[in-house]
Design a binder for this molecule. Sequence first.
Ligand SMILES: [Ca+2]
Ligand SMILES: [Ca+2]
Length: 249
Amino acid sequence: MMSISPFQPRRTLAIAPAVLLLATQASAQSVSVDVVAPSSVAPGETFVAAIRAAVSPSSSIHAVAGIALDFEVQSGQDKVDSLSSPSFLFMTDGTRVSSVGIDAITGIVAGQWANIAGSNPDLSTANPITLCTIEVTVSPTATVGETIQLIAANPHPAGGVFLYDDANPLQIVAAPNDAGTSITFNASTTMIANPCLADVNGDGVVSPADFSAWVGAFNTNAPGCDQNGDGACTPADFSAWVSNYNMGC
Ligand SMILES: [Ca+2]
Ligand SMILES: [Ca+2]
C-alpha cells in the first residue's frame, strides 16, 4: 500500500472502545470498504469522497465501532492540494452518539462508539453505510486526462471496521481481526477533466483552432477526443464537439 504524499499526513481514524474486549465473535462475514468519489473533476475543484462499508451476507447491524482506517491518495498525489478533516456520518439518520476528534500530532482519532440502534440498517452491498466523508481539493495545475485514486486502508492489526449485531450488542458480526472475517478495500478513480470540453487545445477560449485540436486528439486517442463523455474516442465525438462548440463555455 502506498502511503500518502508528504503534503498531508495520512488520516488515521482509530477507535478502540473498551467494549471491544467484551465482545465475542459470531459467524464469519465479509466486509467491503469502498471509497466513492466523482468519476471526473475539473482542475482546482474540490470534491467529496465518501468511505462506505457493507457486509456480505447482509446483517441487521446494531452499531458501528472500532473504525481504524487510513484514507490514502493511492496515486495522483501530485494532483491533490489538500484533504479536509473527515466528517463522520455513522448513523443513517445523520446523527452520531459519540464524539470524535483528531489528534493533530498523530492523526489518530480517539473516538468511541456509534450506536445505530433504531435504524437497524441492512448493511448489504446494496445498502452500505457511510462511515465518513472527506473533501479533496484538486490542484489547479492538474493535467486533463490524468487520474486520482483514493482508497481506505488497514493501518495496523487493530484496524478495520467493527460491526455489532442488532440482537446482541456485544456480538461482533464483522471485525477484520477475527478469524474467518475478511475485509476488502476498493479504490475510487477520479479523472481530471476539462471543464470546457470544446476547448480542446486548452487555451481558455473556444475557437476554430479547437477543431484541428480535436482532429489531433482523435488521431492520437487523446483525452480531449471524448466529447460525449462516454469514455471512448469514436467518430461520434465529432458531432459532440460541434454541439459543445456551439454551446460555448
Ligand atoms: Ca481553445
Ligand atoms: Ca466519446
